[in-house]
Design a protein around this ligand. Structure first.
Ligand code: FAD
Length: 474
């Protein structure tokens, strides 16, 4: 009998539920497949960097599978619809009896899987697994069986369910006995713009696991004091791996528990603080399943669609390029543009700046982030943007508006992060780094750095008025 494992967003052999289940029958012939869908990726605004990261991990996966006697087939077609048609034929040609895959929760992905199950119905048994979350969507609900709209009660319910659930990590499958040597065919590069990703993120699940172990051993204790300081590298930087499934959240949880056995009891510890972030990740994924409109560029709060956003292409461009004249915003955007990653505190600051200072539609920011992020993830990105724009569930109320200057002063006091990314400001003394033009004027210095694109105090008033008017119109 032939088992096919369809890899999508789970590019690892360790703790992979679909792969593990497919390999349980020692007699079965196991084959694996990955289907690239560049047209679909374009529609989803996938960053060329992330495509490159996937491509590199696919090569590692191909070798890891081959060592275990499992060949990875690779196919490229346009979009999800084509992938279903191709997969149906492939199953027939390879006489596949059972198809194993891990679920994806975004709407297009879910519709694709429904279409596939229909297409192969009667000839192939499909087995789908909840793998990319600690608890499946729909399993953490209020007393009325509904999904939570607010994070804190969700977390409470989540953690109590988590202690009852089986979240052990599964081992990588063993070497298959009956297969000969698997020939490795070089994988054709995707027909997608591919961008260099530099050396910040080592490739491979082993590298990801090592980073996880190092973080849980050496850094997580200080997470609460370090996590908001962009110059400090106080967070795990594991998001690119989690986003494409090189690492599973169970591996994160189990490693955290091994290093910090008291994590669930000590709620004021760094370890609990970090677990809390993993639960945010779960929250946003559960939300997109309960409200699929979140996958379709729609706000959770409908009235916020009445906000009259500014059409300001030059300001949008200045934001994208990191040339707004607000040092912390510019440093953050340049970090994103250069590395594909941005610190969480900075994501909140630049999102607030785009929406609440420039009064530009949050969808522009969501889209631009996706096009740049190595860790692009629809649920987390949409959740983050709708939080920042005050259009989502559990959003900061619209009248809470970050001041980009004081945020900089609080979280990058000495301007270390700013100076690393905005070399035009290298001569500005620490105490003036957040208002460099004031310093330049006072000391008659010439700065090759843009003046602020907008006055924050005025922008704040305009935004409040725009949100109030939108609310009144609804
Ligand atoms: P750590 O602090 O070490 O956290 C551990 C893991 O928890 C992360 O790797 C991530 O998987 C998860 N996590 C942490 N914070 C959040 C959060 N607020 N929401 C959901 N999951 C979280 N995260 C993405 O993975 N992809 C995105 O596309 C994305 N877009 C965002 C957009 C905006 C506007 C905002 C405000 C946040 C966004 N985040 C996104 C969440 C968060 O900023 C990143 O997950 C985090 O900065 C990644 O760094 P880390 O791995 O060092 O995080």
């Amino acid at each position: 009998t032939t088992h096919l494992v369809w890899f999508r967003n789970d590019l690892r052999v360790t703790d992979n539920r679909a792969l593990h289940a497919a390999c349980e029958d020692p007699q079965a012939r196991i084959i694996a497949v990955f289907i690239a869908t560049p047209e679909q990726w374009k529609r989803h605004e996938m960053a060329p960097r992330q495509a490159m990261f996937i491509y590199q991990h696919l090569q590692v996966l191909q070798h890891a599978l081959a060592e275990r006697g499992i060949p990875l087939h690779y196919h490229q077609c346009d979009d999800f619809a084509d992938s279903v048609a191709w997969l149906k034929d492939f199953c027939k040609a390879e006489k596949v009896e059972s198809l194993f895959y891990n679920k994806q929760y975004e709407i297009n992905e879910r519709q694709r899987d429904v279409a596939l199950e229909k297409a192969v119905c009667g000839s192939v048994v499909c087995q789908a697994f909840d793998d990319s979350l600690l608890l499946p969507p729909g399993s953490v609900t209020t007393g009325n069986g509904e999904m939570y709209k607010v994070y804190t009660p969700f977390r409470r319910a989540f953690l109590s369910r988590l202690t009852e659930s089986d979240s052990r990590s599964l081992p990588a499958p063993q070497i298959r006995e009956h297969t000969g040597k698997v020939v490795i065919h070089p994988l054709m590069p995707f027909d997608y713009p591919l961008e260099d990703i530099g050396d910040d993120f080592a490739v491979g699940e082993e590298a990801a696991r090592n980073q996880l172990r190092r973080f849980c051993r050496e850094q997580v204790q200080d997470y609460l004091s370090q996590r908001d300081l962009p110059a400090a590298a106080g967070t795990s930087s594991l998001s690119p791996y989690l986003a494409i499934g090189v690492l599973s959240p169970r591996q994160c949880l189990n490693r955290l528990r091994t290093e910090c056995p008291q994590v669930l009891e000590k709620t004021d510890s760094g370890a609990f603080g970090w677990l809390n972030e993993l639960v945010w990740r779960e929250f946003y994924r559960h939300l997109i399943v309960a409200w699929p409109k979140l996958c379709k560029h729609q706000p959770f709060l409908e009235w916020t669609d009445n906000v009259r956003w500014r059409h300001a292409p030059d300001d949008l461009q200045a934001w994208k390029e990191g040339k707004t004249g607000y040092p912390i915003v510019d440093a953050a955007m340049r970090q994103l543009n250069t590395t594909g990653w941005m610190h969480n505190r900075l994501r909140m600051i630049v999102a607030s700046f785009l929406v609440k200072d420039l009064l530009i539609n949050w969808r522009e920011g969501e889209r631009y982030f996706m096009s740049q992020l190595l860790d692009g993830d629809l649920a987390a990105n949409n959740g983050g943007w709708q939080w920042g724009a005050s259009t989502g569930t559990d959003a900061a109320p619209y009248f809470r508006i970050f001041n980009p200057t004081t945020q900089g002063e609080r979280f990058d006091k000495a301007g270390r992060f700013i100076k690393a990314w905005v070399p035009e400001l290298s001569d500005v003394p620490e105490r003036d780094i957040h208002q460099p033009h004031r310093w330049a004027e006072k000391y008659r210095r010439v700065l090759d750095y843009p003046l602020p694109v907008i006055d924050h105090a005025q922008a704040r008033k305009d935004t409040l008025a725009a949100f109030e008017a939108a609310k009144n119109r609804s």
